[in-house]
Design a protein around this ligand. Structure first.
Ligand SMILES: [Zn+2]
Length: 95
C-alpha cells in the first residue's frame, strides 16, 4: 500500500480513518494536527492517492504564490535601484 505523505499545510502526520457506514466502509485521510482531510471515499487506495496528490498540488500552489510575491518585489526593487542609479548618475554629472 502507498504510504501517506505528510500534511501539505502543516507537515503533520496523516492518518487513514475508517468510517463504517451500514454494510459499507468509507475512508478518509486526515491530518492529526490541523485536521485537513480528503473527501470520504469508499476506496481506501483512492483516499490515499487523493491525499498524496494534494501534497503535490499544494507544493505547486505555494510555488506559484511564491513567484506571485517575488516577481512584484523584484520589480519594485529594480525600480528603486533604477531610481537610485538615476539619481546618482545625475548627481555625478552635476558640476
Ligand atoms: Zn495538517
Amino acid at each position: 500500500m502507498e504510504s501517506l505523505k505528510r500534511c501539505p499545510s502543516c507537515r503533520g502526520e496523516a492518518e487513514l480513518i475508517q468510517f463504517p457506514v451500514l454494510s459499507d466502509q468509507l475512508w478518509q485521510v486526515n491530518c492529526c494536527q490541523c485536521g485537513m482531510g480528503t473527501e470520504l471515499n469508499d476506496d481506501r487506495f483512492i483516499s490515499v492517492q487523493q491525499w498524496n496528490r494534494r501534497d503535490r498540488e499544494e507544493r505547486f500552489r505555494s510555488l506559484v504564490t511564491l513567484l506571485g510575491v517575488l516577481l512584484p518585489t523584484m520589480m519594485l526593487l529594480m525600480f528603486f535601484l533604477g531610481v537610485f542609479l538615476g539619481i546618482s548618475m545625475i548627481g555625478s554629472e552635476a558640476p
